[in-house]
Design a protein around this ligand. Structure first.
Ligand SMILES: NCc1[nH]cc(CCC(=O)O)c1CC(=O)O
Length: 312
C-alpha cells in the first residue's frame, strides 16, 4: 500500500514573529498528523515594504495580509497564519478565518534599559509606540511623557531602544515571549492601564472556505476559550468599524459560562477616554461585543473615531 502524504503550504511574512508563528503551526500540524508535510511560503507584504510612514497614515486595512490572501486564492498556498490583532474584520470572498489557536499573554509590555515601569519614567521621557491605542492610554496615565512614533518589526524596535532613541518602548508581551526574549519585558502593563487590542496574543489561521481537507487537518489546533474571547473582542471592533490602527482596546475574559468584555475608545491626545464593559453568557460572545460597541457609540465613540480618521 502506498502512503499518501498531504502537503500544507503556509503563506507567511518574513519577519521573525511571522516566521515563528508559521513554524509553530507547522509543528502543531506535524504533531497531530503523521501523514502531513508542511512547507513555508515566505513573502513580503505592503506593510513590510512601506517602512518610513506612520502606520496610521498609510491607512489601508489589511496592509499585512493582502499578498498572503492572494497566494491562497491563486492556489500557491493553502493557509496563512496571522496575529489576530492584524487580521481585518472582513475576509475576501472564498477565504475565512478557520482556526484560532490558544492565546499567549495578551498584555502590553513596558521595555526599558533604565527605568522599571511607566510610573518611574522621569517627566518628559521619550516613549516609543506607533499604536494609537497605546498612545492615548499612556497619555492619559502620563500626560507629561513625549510619545514618539516607533515602526519596524520587534527586533528593529528593540534596536532603536538600545540605540538610545527612546527611554522606553511599548510592545505586545506575546511577541517578546514568542521570540524567546521574555527577559526584555521590564514590566507588564495591566489591562486597567493599557487595554490590549482585540485579538492581541492570539494566532489565527485563514484558509479557503471550500478546502475541506485542510480544514479537517486544522481542527485539533482550535482553542475554544480563545475563540470565545477573540469573537467578543472582534465583534466590538467590527461594530465600531475599526481597523487595526485605531485607538480602540477590547479585552475579554471567560469565567465559567460567562464572558466579561471591556472596551475602550480614546482620543489620540488622551483628552477623552470612553470605557465600558459587559458580561453575559459564553454563547452570546459576539452579541456582547456588539452591545458594548453600541454603549460606547452612545457615549460619543463615533465622534472620536471620525476625528481620528480625518486626521490620519
Ligand atoms: N502590530 C504588529 C504586531 N502584531 C502582533 C504583534 C505581537 C503579537 C501578538 O499580539 O499576537 C505585534 C507587535 C506588537 O504589537 O508589539
Amino acid at each position: 500500500m502506498t502512503q499518501t502524504t498531504k502537503l500544507v503550504r503556509i503563506a507567511t511574512r518574513k519577519s521573525a514573529l511571522a516566521l515563528w508563528q508559521a513554524e509553530f503551526v507547522k509543528a502543531q500540524l506535524e504533531h497531530f498528523h503523521d501523514d502531513v508535510t508542511v512547507e513555508l511560503v515566505p513573502m513580503s507584504t505592503q506593510g513590510d515594504i512601506i517602512l518610513d510612514t506612520p502606520l496610521a497614515k498609510i491607512g489601508g486595512k489589511g496592509l499585512f495580509v493582502k499578498e498572503l490572501e492572494q497566494a491562497m486564492l491563486d492556489g500557491r498556498a493553502d493557509i496563512a497564519v496571522h496575529s489576530m490583532k492584524d487580521v481585518p474584520v472582513e475576509f475576501p470572498e472564498g477565504l475565512a478565518l478557520h482556526t484560532i489557536c490558544e492565546r499567549e499573554d495578551p498584555r502590553d509590555a513596558f521595555v526599558s534599559n533604565n527605568y522599571k515601569s511607566l510610573d518611574e519614567l522621569p517627566q518628559g521621557a521619550i516613549v516609543g509606540t506607533s499604536s494609537l491605542r497605546r498612545q492615548c492610554q499612556i497619555r492619559e496615565a502620563r500626560p507629561d511623557l513625549d510619545i514618539r512614533d516607533l515602526r519596524g518589526n520587534v527586533n528593529t524596535r528593540l534596536a532603536k531602544l538600545d540605540d538610545g532613541q527612546y527611554d522606553a518602548i511599548i510592545l505586545a508581551a506575546a511577541g517578546l515571549i514568542r521570540l524567546e526574549m521574555p527577559e526584555r519585558i521590564t514590566a507588564f502593563i495591566e489591562p486597567e492601564v493599557s487595554l490590549p487590542a482585540n485579538g492581541q496574543g492570539a494566532v489565527g489561521i485563514e484558509c479557503r472556505i471550500d478546502d475541506e481537507v485542510t480544514k479537517a487537518l486544522l481542527a485539533p489546533l482550535e482553542h475554544n476559550e480563545t475563540r470565545i474571547r477573540v469573537n467578543a473582542e472582534r465583534a466590538m471592533n467590527r461594530r465600531l468599524e475599526g481597523g487595526c490602527q485605531v485607538p480602540i482596546g477590547a479585552f475579554a475574559l471567560v469565567d465559567g459560562e460567562q464572558v466579561h468584555l471591556r472596551g475602550l475608545v480614546g482620543a489620540i491626545d488622551g483628552s477623552q477616554m470612553l470605557r465600558d464593559e459587559v458580561t453575559g453568557p459564553v454563547a452570546d460572545a459576539e452579541q456582547l461585543g456588539i452591545t458594548l460597541a453600541e454603549k460606547l457609540l452612545e457615549q460619543g465613540a463615533d465622534k472620536i473615531l471620525a476625528e481620528v480618521y480625518r486626521d490620519a
